[in-house]
Design a protein around this ligand. Structure first.
Ligand SMILES: [Zn+2]
Length: 594
């Protein structure tokens, strides 16, 4: 028997779909819903909207188009497709096909916490009781296309495992995990005869996988919020030379270089000299210094080239390079500012780099060992961390290059004084480095993250994120997202991009945090809007107001997702409210919980 005709539905718009409406099947032609699994949609829609234009102007549709950013990628594209099945319902045989209620109910259960975390009510048009149908009524599954494409996920899928130097993510994976997770890389064995790092990263991969499957809350949270790339060996050729000699026989330097006899940690473009030159010539805010042409005329190892390519295709935030031969964590700059002299040469992010190095050293039992005769006793008084240039100065290092050419902060870890330890020592070395590695990777969530977009919700790539007092800028990735590692305290953060007015916000980073605070920026094109907004209206002191109205709604980093927040005092609206009211005449009051 044919399924029962749809009921009349009530919506905040007053007009629902009525029995008397005869739907026409047409091409959907809606950008946000272009990937639905069907070819025809019906007007009027399940919400009673009668044209494509009416749908596009609706705040329901606007919500779907920015849902990915609002929920930090969580629940998407699933939730968007569910919404599309209501806003652009499937049409066939002259009738509207409604999406399945059980799909709606599953998603509501999984996604409610993400809405709670941003103080947003569950959208009325995703009410599973109203706009959805049962299997018996002949519903369709709006996610069928996704289920087909994804296949089952497993722990291997949760890790960006790069066995050799490839670093390319498969298109499947980038669909599966939202782009707004920070990317971390750990690189071992850049010096072929310093082999402990390569073993540590294999231990780490095994540990992460098994703990994830065993349900460890810490590891599940880490892997669900972080993309971790492991490159156990950056110099497999050098390793082979050292391994042929074997543990206990390997000389101090044999196997250090690659097959072309190049030291890979001296082979990167020297942008630090360039940086010092720019700094000496006046004011400079460093940000992604380009590689000078002459670099490519010299000998560039394929391993180095592959890493540079990898860094360009993946917006890494944090990195560590694992070495051996001493026991210390060193951080940039590695090239001394004072030629011919080993001398403390900090980056503008000295404070943050120190925190990163400490995050490793402070939980490493040997690095914290107070006895003088341990390996690396030299660094005891410094807490086993040191500015690279203060130790020994060199050009062409990987860490300096990371900092000056990309948005990535990299430290160098010396795992112990034995470069090629015997097999039986490995498990102990792993036990010493397990907590430091985890603690270090978790540091990627210190600071702020967010999206820079224009008033239509379109991401702005290559926008600069400036922090007052730190003369080093971070830039946004192609999806408009950025990560800015920051030490605790108050910071003035500015987003700017060519053609847009800049937006200034004040943020406060607490001493302890599990997830980076979300700070989004909506940029207004230059030459439109009232002039007084271009400078950003200020109040006395350093309090900064959001140009879109209201006291800076991003002031405090948000609590972890899933934590319910109390209604804000004074009846002020959640941070995303100004976004909707700035671009649509319909105020979506149905998104407000209070
Ligand atoms: Zn080394």
């Amino acid at each position: 028997p044919p399924p029962p005709p749809p009921r009349a539905l009530a919506s905040p718009r007053g007009a629902g779909l009525r029995l008397t409406d005869h739907p026409t099947c047409v091409d959907p032609q809606l950008r946000t819903c272009s990937d639905v699994a069907y070819n025809h949609t019906a007007f009027p829609t399940l919400l009673g909207l009668r044209s494509r234009e009416a749908v596009e102007a609706s705040s329901e549709y606007i919500l779907l188009s920015v849902l990915h950013h609002l929920l930090e990628g969580q629940c998407n594209p699933d939730l968007r497709l569910l919404g599309c099945a209501v806003l652009a319902p499937r049409c066939g045989d002259g009738r509207v096909h409604r999406p399945c209620r059980h799909v709606c109910e599953d998603l509501r259960e999984a996604c409610q916490p993400a809405f709670d975390a941003i103080d947003m009510a569950w959208p009325y048009f995703l009410d599973c009781g109203s706009y959805f149908a049962s299997v018996e009524e002949g519903c369709h599954d709006p996610l069928e296309k996704l289920r087909g494409a994804w296949g089952p996920g497993g722990c291997a899928g949760a890790l960006g495992w790069d066995n050799r130097v490839t670093g390319l993510r498969s298109p499947l994976r980038s669909l599966y995990l939202p782009q707004v997770e920070p990317e971390v890389k750990l690189i071992g064995n850049i010096h072929g005869n310093e082999v402990a790092g390569r073993e540590m990263l294999i231990y780490l991969a095994q540990y992460l996988c098994s703990e994830y499957l065993l349900g460890s809350p810490r590891i599940q949270r880490l892997l669900n919020t972080t993309r971790i790339h492991l490159l156990p060996s950056m110099n497999p050729d050098g390793y082979e030379v050292a391994a042929a000699e074997g543990a206990g026989y390997n000389g101090w330097t044999s196997g250090r270089q690659n097959a072309q006899n190049l030291d890979l940690n001296r082979n990167f473009p020297d942008l630090t000299s360039e940086y010092y030159r720019l700094e000496a010539s006046g004011s400079i805010r460093s940000s992604r210094i380009p590689i000078p042409q002459h670099y490519w005329w010299g000998k560039v190892a394929p391993e180095t080239k592959a890493i540079i390519k990898w860094m360009r295709t993946t917006p890494f935030v944090l990195s560590a390079s694992l070495h051996g031969g001493d026991l210390v964590v060193s951080y940039p700059f590695d090239l001394s500012k004072h030629s011919q002299e080993e001398k403390f040469s900090p980056t503008p992010d000295e404070k943050m780099f120190k925190l990163l190095a400490r995050a490793y050293a402070d939980v490493h039992p040997m690095m914290m060992d107070r006895s003088e005769n341990r390996c690396g006793g030299n660094f005891l008084k410094r807490g086993s961390i040191i500015n690279g240039a203060d130790w020994y100065s060199f050009t062409g290092g990987m860490s300096d290059f990371n900092y000056l050419h990309s948005n990535c902060f990299e430290v160098t870890v010396e795992l112990g004084c034995v470069k090629f330890p015997p097999e039986e020592a490995l498990y102990t070395i792993w036990q010493h480095n397990k907590e430091p590695l985890l603690n270090f990777v978790e540091m990627v969530h210190r600071g702020i993250k967010g999206v820079v977009m224009d008033k239509f919700g379109k991401p702005v790539k290559n926008a600069r994120i400036l922090v007052k007092g730190i003369r080093h800028d971070i830039t946004t990735a192609p999806d408009g997202d950025y990560w800015r590692l920051l030490p605790p305290g108050s910071h003035i953060v500015i987003a700017q991009a060519p053609g847009y007015s800049k937006v200034i916000k004040k943020v406060t980073i607490p001493a302890r945090m599990k997830r980076a605070g979300r700070v989004d920026f909506i940029l207004q094109p230059l030459g439109t809007g009232p002039k007084k907004f271009l400078l950003g209206p200020r109040r006395s002191g350093s309090a900064v107001r959001d140009p879109l109205g209201g006291a800076s709604p991003y002031g405090e980093p948000q609590e972890p997702l899933g934590a319910r927040r109390q209604p804000s005092a004074g009846g002020s609206k959640p941070w995303w409210w100004s976004y909707f009211t700035s671009i649509s005449q319909h105020k979506p009051r149905w998104l407000l919980k209070y």
